[in-house]
Design a protein around this ligand. Sequence first.
Ligand code: COA
Length: 386
Amino acid sequence: MRDVAIIGVGHTKFGELWERSFRELISEAGLGAIEDSNIGGADLEAMFVGNMSSGLFVEQEHIAALISDSMGLNPIPCTRVEAACASGGLALRQGIMAVASGYHDVVVSAGVEKMTDVVDATPAIATASDQEWEAQQGATFPSLYAMIARRHMHEYGTTREQLAMMSVVNHKNAANNPYAQFPFETTVEKVINSSPVADPLTLLDCSPVSDGAAAVVICAADKAKEFTDTPIYVKASAQASGTMALHSRRDICTIDSTIAASRKAYKMAGVTVKDIDATEVHDCFSINGLLAIEDLGFAEKGKGGIALEEGQTMIDGDFPINPSGGLKARGHPLGATGIAQAAEIVWQLRGEAGKRQVEGAEIGMTHNIGGTGGTAAVHIFGRDRN
Ligand code: COA
């Protein structure tokens, strides 16, 4: 396999974007990434797009062709990738594998979701759970994650305040992210006292319903410096599958797919968790950010809450988590999230993240999951090729 680098990123504002159409969002991100990379249109060989449910959210299928057409990329091959909230992470992985294998030299991996056109996004999102055993019995993602949160509190003594800290840190970072949906700071008290959603989770524990798109240009490492002085190298791309429904898990407080993908990624990159300077985790609900901290190996099982309480995940902490503001505060347009995470790590490793910069970041990681962990994708990136 060849070494691979990211040479360009594009990102729309995330939020409730009534004035922007689906095709406008993906075109802005995709063309933004192409411009940032300095490639010419003729250099681009293929595109992969992560999207969970354009059919349910905007009543449009066959979106890969629509996107290629809208962006003026015909006749290059464009392929849609679906894995619920991990669609972007898997589109990234498809692009990386296409270049690493030698099949293509330069490709775009992107993600897009326009969720706010429907009146109630909850049933559409719930189609990514186990329909027969969960959604059809009335479960939604907020309620599934609320059960995990309750169990974690029961098993490990995790407190409501510790859970809220995940959101407080996310919002603090998002306040410095011009692309974030909710760029305001909050407090533990405000999180706990915000509207109840599914006990113990409140509004400020939840990622929002979002519109947005993001894209990266992926290139063979040997060619990368023809286009940019600051390629960011892909050190590992790993994916794992896990049990869909919570009731058949050995332990609902652990996401086994995160453990499997991250351990494979650390091995592939030749690093340990201690080497990672900045990480974007999949905190669709505060409890899931806490589980990620544990399952990626930053904290022992049951100690994620303590790490949050002690400020270890802050930008200047022992292991900075979600400098972008995470799914909670940057926003979570499902198919775009895995790519937006990679965009943030590229900015961090280039030293271009402004006031949310993790000083001296050299190795970064992204963690993107689908549903409650049926799919996990973990990527590790570095400033240095070796
Ligand atoms: N965080 C902070 N503020 C939020 C928010 C969030 N997650 N979601 C909505 N708001 C704000 C809105 O901006 C709005 O503010 P305004 O009154 O000042 O305009 C207000 O709260 C009400 O917004 P509304 O859209 O009516 O909220 P809602 O009650 O319909 O939805 C949730 C709130 C939390 C239920 C919804 O965002 C949700 O379902 N989130 C989870 C999405 C999900 O499951 N993703 C996949 C994960 S696996």
